[in-house]
Each structure stands twice: as C-alpha cells, then as structure tokens.
Design a protein around this ligand. Sequence first.
Ligand code: SAM
Length: 437
Amino acid sequence: AVKGGQNTGEKRRTRRKTQNLNLHIDDHVINYAKQDEAVRNMVKWSIEQGGYIHPNVEIRRWDPSDPSSYFGAFVNGPVKEDELLIKIPGSIKIQLDDSYRSGTDLTYADVVCELAWTLKREYELGEDSNYAPYIEYIETQSKHQIPAMWTDVGKHLITKVQGDLSMMDFDTESISGIHMHDWIDDYFGGEFCLIDTESGEEMEEWYVAMATQRGYDYCLIPVYDMLNHHNGIVNSITRPSIYDKDGFGVYALQDLNAGEELLYSYHNCPDCKACPTCETSLDYWGTPEMIRDFGFVEPYPQRFYYKDRGPVYLKIDETPRGFAISNEGGEWPEIEWIESEIVRLERLYEQDIHPLRNVLPLHELETIVHYHESLLQLFMAYYEAHLAENHELDSEDNESESEDEESSDDEDDVLQKFVNAEKEEEAEDADEFSTEL
Ligand SMILES: C[S@@+](CC[C@H](N)C(=O)[O-])C[C@H]1O[C@@H](n2cnc3c(N)ncnc32)[C@H](O)[C@@H]1O
C-alpha cells in the first residue's frame, strides 16, 4: 500500500484500450467465516516461517462483533516504545527482483502490472504455491473494493461528486483529469498489461486492483499488509526496511495501550521516507487518490489537490478546537468557486445520490456519501473561515492595529478560531446533509 516508488521514466509499452474483453472475475458473496479462518492460517504460517507477533498484538476485525468489518492489527495490552510488535520473515514476502525497485526507468504501472501477474501465477498454483496461506486470504477479498471495479452507476456517481477536480494520472506524469475509476482500462488495458503479448494469456482486472490495494511498490507483504492507514496517527515503524530480503520488524513508535490500532500512512510511511521519491508523494496523493487506489475515504486529516487551479492544496483536519484548514503553501482558492461547489454538492445529494440509495451496492453508496460529505465539509469550513478572516481584518482596520497584530499574523489560527465560533451552525449543516443509509 505504499506508493513511494513512482518512476518517471519512459513507458515501455504503448497503452491500448481493452476491446470487448470480459475480464472480470465472477461476482461472489464474501464468506466472512472463511476470511476469519484464512487470517488465522496466514498468521500461523508467518510464525512457522520464523515470524513473530507480540503477545499483546492481535490481527482481528475492527469490530469483533461485526463479522463484515475489515481486519487490522490491534494492541490488546500495554506495549512499550520501540518494542518489536511483528516480525515478518523474508520467506513470506512476494518480492519482484530489484530491477523493479524505484529509480529504474520503469513506470509505476509497469511495476504494478508485474506484481499483478506474479499474484495471478501464485493464485493459480493454489495449494502448491509457497504463499498458499496468503493466497487463501487474498481469495476471500472483495472483487469490488475500488471504484475501478464498481458498477457503472457507482462509477458515474463518484465522478459527479468529484466535479472538476482533476487528478494526477496513475503514473503521476500529467494532470489528465482521469477519473478515479477508469485507470485500469487506461493504464493496464489490452497488451499494455492485461494481455500477455507472447502467450495471448489474459489477466482479470482484479489482480491489478489487488496489487494496488495491497502492494508496497514491488512487494506484497503478508501479515504486514493487515495494517490500516491513517495520516495523522503513525504509531509503528519498520526496521531495517520492508524491502529487506531477510525480512523486517514492526516496532512501536511510542508506548501503546489496549484498544489502540497499529497504523501508518499509506502515502507517507516512515520506512518509505528512505526512498527518494516518497517525500514528494504527498504532493500528488490526496484523499481522492486514496479512494481511487484503496476504495475508502481516509479519516482526517484529509488533503485535496486542485492542481489546475493555481495549484490549490487544501488540507482539513479535525482538532479539539474545530476544523482547521490550511493551504499547504499553495494558492487559496477563489471564494466564488467555493460557493459554486457548495451549491453543486448540495444539489447533487438531493438530485443524484439520494434517489440511487437503494440501487447502489452498500459499499459504493457508503463511499460516495462519505466522499460527498468530506468535500462539502471542506468547502463549508473554508467558506466560513474565509468570511471570518475578512470580518476579522475589517474589525482590525477599525480598532488599534498593534494589539491584534500577533494573532492576525497567524493565518491558520484565524481560520481555526472562526470555524470554532461557528461550530453549532456547522453541526446543523452537517445534520442536514448526513444520510441514514
Ligand atoms: C493493506 S490492506 C489493510 C488490511 C485490510 N483492512 C484487510 O481487512 O485485509 C488495505 C485495505 O484496507 C482498507 N483500509 C485501510 N485503511 C483503512 C481505513 N483507515 N479506513 C477504512 N478502510 C481502510 C482498504 O480497503 C484498503 O484497500
């Protein structure tokens, strides 16, 4: 799940659209009991291979009483800073050879493509695969997690929510406005990846989706890939490196207590900072890109990059004092555009999302509604902060300037202060637009 390895070199193959191919694996209902068993077997296998799980760490469902909730790694008793929590033996990793590592002239799509084919080969080996317990877990995964694998109705709707937010394309080479759902076809379709030119063999899109959701550059890492994402809470670190052929350890970055989840940032993980391209990944990878690549709306802090509007970078975080908006060094967007986005999103909910609530698969509906709420919250908070700033600047003009200088210098503080003052109104707005699914 780490996108540190974006390559910038020439594409080796020409992109071709997939023509009339039915490449989807048949739909299936997730078997939760089978998933539970697969996780148990995978953890057992990793330990047999020389791995380790701290007695106070558990790989389990987020909500143990909800069999449909996702898995993660949780702390169930105290652990100390720097303690070894999980050890991943080298033998359980699926790792392409080093020619696929960052810095080569391969594109990111080339690497994902090769990883997807490798996964397919192991998948087809089934019980004979050296990674059979991992494959057994992968086999239980949803075929429809990311928008690229959604229904046509879901794809259409998320594009509408996205509006004119153009995204950096999958290879981070241009801002093409490519929607968050058509990238497998655009970047992997036909002979670029899904059809092997030599044998004519075809690969289902799902393998590309899995390699993207669970891959770390050029590796798939069983057990470690059970850790979930958070940009604000990063409480584990890997040493010496996830790429180490002999394996690696996951260590606590701080003292942790029962109930806490082990988390790291998928687009800014501590280990990946070692790679030269990783520090820049936050420049082009925000909340919409996370939906595209992983199929969920990340918790706060969220980031939105409107590259063709200045560029505009907006970051929103939920703090005890209210929502805080910052522009991360980019331009502040024009307020007229913010107003028109608020109106557009309000209408969109009434006219497009609500009427389709019984038509869409639940995961698609939830993700669309969540994304819609996040965007609306972002624009509302910015709008209010903008008004407050103007209001405050006006009063400053009328009052003695010297007293207020300190606080008005700190723009973030002004924004946050206002959002806080308007908290009640905000809650009312949120109620108005929240949905009962
Ligand atoms: C590398 S896996 C992590 C383990 C996964 N939760 C599982 O049950 O197997 C990545 C996937 O986990 C889910 N995920 C990760 N972080 C999440 C979060 N903060 N909220 C919701 N889903 C998350 C997404 O479906 C993502 O594609």
